[in-house]
Design a protein around this ligand. Sequence first.
Ligand code: KG4
Ligand code: ZN
Length: 347
Amino acid sequence: MRILGIETTCDETAAAVLEDGRRLLSSEVYSQIELHQRYNGVVPELASRAHAEKIAAVIHTALSYPGSPYERGNASHENRPVDAVAFARGPGLPGALLVGKVAAHAVAEMYGVPLIGVNHLEGHIFACELSSEGKDNPLSYPLVALTVSGGHTELWLMRGPGRYKILGKTRDDAAGEAFDKIAKLLGLGYPGGPLIEKYAKEGNPHAVEFPRPFMPGTWEFSFSGLKTSVSYYLRDAKTINNADICASFQAAVVDTLVSKTIKAALQFGVRHIAVGGGVSANSALRETLTEKARKRGLSVRFVEKKFCTDNGAMIALAGYKKLIEPACRDLSVKIDPCLKVRSWRAD
Ligand code: KG4
Ligand code: ZN
């Protein structure tokens, strides 16, 4: 079962072919970072146009995996390069999602294969199972899933694929958005996460004790107060040491994410944690969560770094789950910019 996964929710135009949910036959990511850099954030209209310009070339490269009938020039309904096409139908930017859907629909029609609409955030968590060596890497359930990306910060209780309870989300900024905004305030560039991580390595995480937005009594997050606190500090400080500010800000975000995630795992009596999304590439988050979880007897799975940010392989894998897991069978292919995972009645 070879699935073409197409990802266009935000600022990466990506496509990949994944065989049997495990072997990655190809993966192509065209990043629009340069396009958005001068605005310090994603401009939706520019993103849609860039997706429309690049999607055909990205899919062409993905379908040209070694030995593909498409590569040999004799692909047809009978001799097809893929057995299904999955695309991210949400959450994401409306115009960007439409480009992915139209392209996915065209390829599915061309080869007479099923079209599968998947949730981008599910893709981020399933990506924990992706391995560049094609290893079998199944997640263990039940688990607490933390999705931390540029647009989302969500904590779920997962009983299995397709069986979720959303515990909490961010009330305002997503974790990645907070990294991007602080990088903008410091004039470091875009995207902020990797740049803040780089500066933080040289800084003191205790230099400034920024607030930890723990939001007691809820599983929700809120990062806008932390952002305001950093901006007041920058306004009032006599000298500014970028490395110290980055390290102190990063420590505040990491402490918040780690403490809530571990607390949720303990409270719901699960032994496994899975973390996905662009911010999960952050080394401080990976190290702190791994260490604190180990002390509480919990296991943590992260996505391989190269699959943390948006890519087609995670969408192909989410599509594969839809085909093989009965609880994942939601057949809609409508785009939905605010798509939520379906909540399973907690058992
Ligand atoms: O998952 P993703 O590629 O796109 C969305 O679905 O939003 O995540 C992008 C986000 C950006 O906000 C970026 O700054 C953040 O992930 N990010 C990081 C790191 N690498 C990417 N944040 C912290 N540390 C990193 N190393
Ligand atoms: Zn994402």
